[in-house]
Ligand binder design. Structure first.
Ligand code: SF4
Length: 380
């Protein structure tokens, strides 16, 4: 578990812009492969200061001679950094891109998306801010992630809009991290292009799954939720194309006010049309970004949302399809479904209420998103 800040405010000096500012952390020691590491040195260890590192972080001191080196001083929360974290020197911040003690690491490949879902936890502003992706930067991040990393999630925005550059990123993942489990979060629309899907499926890392949301059993409701005309047919065609190439697929059904009465129908549709998917997970909302802005249209109390889960799940199980329940606090779920509940909220987002301290099932519960903690039962 790791609940550490992703951005550390710092005074950063870039004296050598010809080297990457993304590197692995090594604290109070020396290492052979200096050119890939950022050395963190406390005052007590200053005799370890050596030439050749990609960058330096000095704690409570700074050498008098530091020409042509990239370094940071006055770093807030510097004690939260760990050996083998991957960090980037930004203008005023150190950006923690990979946390070596966490199982919830992700690579955000773009913040742009070709849909505009009503309950997206990102805001329109974030998704429309033109922050073009940088393929070399992404490949550098992958290069730096230790090859004993268990899980990495590739996310966006919508990673699929990178199209053939996404293929390059996945090739790099396969080459650098052959033992890592990868989960790609995608709305699936781009895979309606069969030729692209064929190319994509040829380069996938060994342990790879793609998670695709489906909000309805029909185009009218699904497209109303994605606010993207044609998205239902593209997603379904994408899923079928991926299945034809034997790509492992998880379907994610986000439960909101607009579709909670339709869950059983969605299950019936999945069982009929795309029954070879590996698993279907029903997911509670995360109430940030667009989701918060559109809260009156989408929020539904957990108890109401979960009241419709049982028949939907039974329908899938009877069809031989694995199912799971994500992001719902355990006490809000029908006891008969407890065994399907997963601790699915990322470590840095999990919160519990005061009353949870005395709960006898807390150790099995995944808690709340910070953003849903105060939404439950009162809608605000
Ligand atoms: S820990 Fe809190 S949210 Fe989880 S089951 Fe117990 S009371 Fe509910």
């Amino acid at each position: 578990m790791s609940n550490r800040p992703f951005f550390l405010k710092s005074n950063i000096v870039i004296n050598n812009s010809s080297v990457s500012t993304i590197g692995k952390v090594i604290i109070n020691k020396n290492i052979e492969d200096k050119s890939n590491y950022i050395q963190v040195l406390e005052k007590e260890s200053k005799e370890l200061f050596t030439d050749g590192y990609l960058g330096y972080i000095f704690i409570d001191w700074c050498p008098s001679e530091i020409d042509n080196k990239n370094y940071a001083i006055n770093v807030n929360c510097v004690e939260t950094l760990k050996d083998y974290d991957v960090i980037e020197f930004d203008k005023e911040y150190i950006h923690v891109l990979y946390r070596d003690d966490s199982d919830d690491n992700f690579i955000q490949v773009t913040n742009q998306c070709n849909s505009n879902c009503i309950m997206c936890p990102d805001s329109d502003f974030v998704r429309n801010t033109d922050k073009s992706y940088d393929l070399l930067r992404l490949e550098r991040i992958i290069d730096c992630i230790p090859d004993d990393t268990k899980n990495v999630c590739i996310t966006g925005g919508e990673p699929g809009i990178l199209k053939y550059d996404l293929i390059k990123i996945l090739k790099k993942c396969k080459e650098c991290l052959p033992n890592t489990n990868f989960l790609l979060l995608s709305n699936g629309r781009v895979f309606s292009d069969f030729k692209f899907t064929e190319e994509f499926s040829k380069v996938l890392p060994y342990n790879f799954k793609i998670a695709i949301p489906l909000y309805a059993d029909n185009a009218i409701l699904h497209d109303l939720i994605t606010r993207a005309d044609g998205s239902f047919y593209e997603t379904i065609s994408g899923i079928k194309n991926l299945l034809s190439q034997k790509v492992r697929i998880e379907i994610r059904v986000v439960v909101l006010k607009m579709n909670y009465l339709e869950l059983e129908k969605i299950s019936q549709y999945i069982a009929k049309e795309i029954k070879n998917v590996e698993i279907v997970n029903f997911m509670a909302l995360e109430m940030s970004g667009n989701a918060y802005i559109n809260r009156d249209n989408i929020w539904i109390d957990f108890s109401k949302a979960t009241s419709k889960l049982y028949p939907a799940i039974i329908t899938l199980i009877k069809s031989g399809i694995n199912t799971g329940i994500y992001n719902f606090p355990l006490c809000k779920v029908d006891k008969r479904l407890f065994s399907l509940c997963r601790k699915s909220i990322s470590d840095y987002k999990i919160r519990f209420k005061d009353e949870c301290q005395n709960c006898t099932i807390k150790e099995f519960c995944g808690g709340y998103f910070g953003s849903t903690l105060n939404f439950d039962e009162d809608g605000e």
